[in-house]
Design a protein. Structure first.
Length: 404
């Protein structure tokens, strides 16, 4: 009988369906997916033979007690319990600890997910940070104690959703009014704006050692929003500040499993923006997998199986991603489709995320991506000519007032 691995998931996500599940199957595990969106995952099983978990169970995955009950009631004896969801790191960690399996520290996952808690930890540990405060509906008076401009965001948001730079008190008041119309009981985290380029640091930890395997120099859209438009693997900023970022993450408490963290490189050095205690997403996890010769997902799962990380594990080569972002709402027109092109060891993959005929409602987040163009070369070849070639033929665009 095959050993069992449990993967906990929320909505259908490429990293799980085309990364972690196939990796676990290739490692000869009986793969059980537990989700609160069972129907959507079953639908994908029928449509895509690359996604083939052995069982799909359903429960409230945000509740660790329900996770424990469904595993117990189905007489599962898992070797590992793992999630790659921002939202589910804490419930999954508690569940894994209940079954005496390797797990992230749930107190750290909670402090990482809640950005207000993150700022508190940075202050308590005297780590680089930026002044911030939490605003509740009806009380904007505190915000005037911060220096403008500020960044307003949900305290547990993801994917730059509802994140906005505000250059005046009036702009902040307008943001809060709009936000609270949608989420009347949710507080707003307001932080003094950090000036400088954005980088990411990708870490792996086995509980004893934490390694920075690389990161991305990231390009952002123009203010007031923060949409990631492009990223370059192991760019100059990431390489220069990697060690200091790693020091800060260790001091914060990051230590086990995979973690994706973002820093702004200010004049005085890197300052943490946020910790996403899971693998990097938006297609870049597959770039890293290509560079690591298809070892990224399996290496992460092995950590949760109790394996130590090979100190010689490195990810070399060149990689970059370019996101085609919708500049307005509308119905998408054009003829561009998804493709994969291989030339020498350079892989160019264009993934159309919004097809012709679909309507897109601009959200000023990664939900506005029309397509993702990813390029990688394990030998480190130049990628710009191949990106230029792909962009020259891309023609999807949303048109206002067009009816599909």
């Amino acid at each position: 009988m095959k050993p069992t691995i449990v993967i906990v998931s929320h909505v259908v996500n490429d990293a799980v369906t085309h990364g972690f599940v196939p990796a676990a199957k290739a490692m000869d595990f009986h793969v059980v997916l537990i989700t609160d969106h069972k129907f959507n995952h079953l639908k994908l099983v029928d449509q895509d033979n690359h996604f083939n978990p052995d069982d799909i169970l359903e429960c409230d995955v945000f509740n660790p007690l329900e996770l424990i009950e469904v595993i117990t009631e189905h007489h599962l004896i898992p070797e590992a319990i793992f999630s790659n969801s921002d939202h589910l790191q804490t419930s999954t960690a508690i569940c894994a600890q209940f079954f005496n399996l390797p797990a992230k520290d749930w107190t750290v996952t909670l402090k990482a997910k809640n950005k207000h808690f993150t700022r508190q930890v940075l202050d308590e540990k005297s780590l680089p940070s930026t002044p911030s405060l939490l605003l509740h509906q009806g009380d904007l008076s505190q915000s005037r104690t911060l220096n403008l401009p500020v960044v307003a965001k949900p305290k547990e948001g993801v994917a730059s959703m509802d994140v906005q730079r505000c250059d005046s008190n009036a702009a902040l008041e307008s943001y809060c009014e709009t936000f609270w119309q949608k989420y009347p009981t949710s507080p707003v985290l307001v932080e003094e704006f950090l000036q400088g380029p954005l980088i990411t640091i990708e870490t792996l930890g086995d509980g004893k050692n934490l390694f920075a395997v690389g990161g991305f120099d990231v390009e952002l859209s123009a203010p007031p929003h923060f949409i990631e438009t492009a990223a370059h693997w192991n760019g100059s900023q990431c390489v220069q500040f990697r060690d200091e970022c790693l020091r800060q993450l260790k001091a914060f408490g990051v230590g086990f499993g995979v973690c994706h963290s973002e820093f702004i490189i200010t004049d005085s050095g890197p300052v943490l923006v946020e910790i996403n205690y899971r693998s990097i997403g938006d297609g870049r996890e597959f770039l890293i997998d290509n560079l690591s010769h298809n070892l990224w997902f399996s290496t992460i799962l092995k950590l949760h199986l109790g394996h130590e990380l090979d100190e010689n594990f490195t990810i070399e080569g060149s990689a970059r991603v370019h996101y085609v972002v919708a500049e307005n709402s509308g119905t998408i027109t054009g003829t561009s489709t998804s493709f994969i092109d291989q030339e020498d060891d350079i892989t160019t993959q264009q993934q159309v995320l919004k097809a012709a005929g679909e309507h897109i409602q601009q959200s000023y987040s990664n939900k506005d991506y029309l397509a993702r163009i990813s390029l990688s070369s394990p030998s480190g070849q130049a990628l710009q000519p191949h990106l230029d070639r792909a962009l020259a033929t891309f023609n999807l665009v949303p048109i206002k007032g067009v009816t599909a």
